[in-house]
Design a protein. Sequence first.
Length: 372
Amino acid sequence: MIWLWAVLQALTLIGVASYWRNLPIERKEETPDGVVVILSLRDDWDGAPDLIARLQTQHARFRLILATSGHCSAARDLASREGAWVQLVSAGVAQDEGQKVHKLRAALGALGPDDRYLVFLDADIAPPARLIGRLLFPLARDKADIATGYRMLLPGRGWMPTLVSAVEMQLATLPRSATATMPWGGAMAMTRGVADRLDLDGVLAGRLSDDMAIGLAGWRAKLRMRPVRDLLVASPIDGRAADLLAFGVRQYRHVRTNSLRMWGVATGMVAAQSAAWLWALGWGGWAAIAIGYSAAWVRALVRRKILISVLEPAQIRQAQRSLYWDIALPFAVAWSHLAVQLAAACSDNIRWGGWLYRVKQGRVTSMSRTPG
């Protein structure tokens, strides 16, 4: 049994090392004309001056579409202040689909004939100046149909944000390939031709999760979905323990309600690691514990190298706080990950952005406002 345990730990270590070894050394960008960036915003968006400043320093030039329900005063102020660079789109309130999806569809309807490249970003990220140029590079060189980054959570103070970030870092540093990648809606790009080929508006209609809908449609269409590995995009996370737990459950409930098979594979892998840690701590003896902790410490060191390679100095200091869980209590990360996955199976209801959605096979079957 201890040999199986050693092999399992070696495989997890090889996976993280593979991600690090495959980080591109030359981070080439493309800056073509006809780029539009779509940003879906909630009504309570505060204008995010840091995000806007970061977008204005991007190496690639683009037009910015702010997609709102029509009640976001900060978006109106920004559009008024920035002039032609910013276009404001008012989608109204959705009736049978996710609010974010509803706004994205409205933005697609506002595209002009010269918009050749579509970039989708989340409003809570802190993008590096290379973000858009790096996403466009594989598209402009015809090396991909959809290019995507992934989130790197920057935890606030307290044990819960760092634990959530530790779980998310397991996903962020998984080895990726063009045949086994799901796009992340927080930093994703495609050409206008690919959007038309997919019938992107039709793909999103009635859906709750934009990236799951696009990813599954891309797989069915046999599109080349390429991960840009150096784009682990900083995304701050903080808040109450209950809210952070709900965030984790919501992510996996999106997966389960769109693809039960994908959820099952992911849960099975984490369950195997969790069960193995239980055996090591309960019956494996000191040798098993030493193997587990040795692998965890090496994984933490490799992940720190990844952080240093892709993030800004201040972001590195914040992100690496989540590594302390891998150093001190690696089994707790695995067990917490499994608990979130199992909790996602308990309901088809998803609370998100002030709404309660009931979802079946990725489609919204009913929705209602939540208190507050």
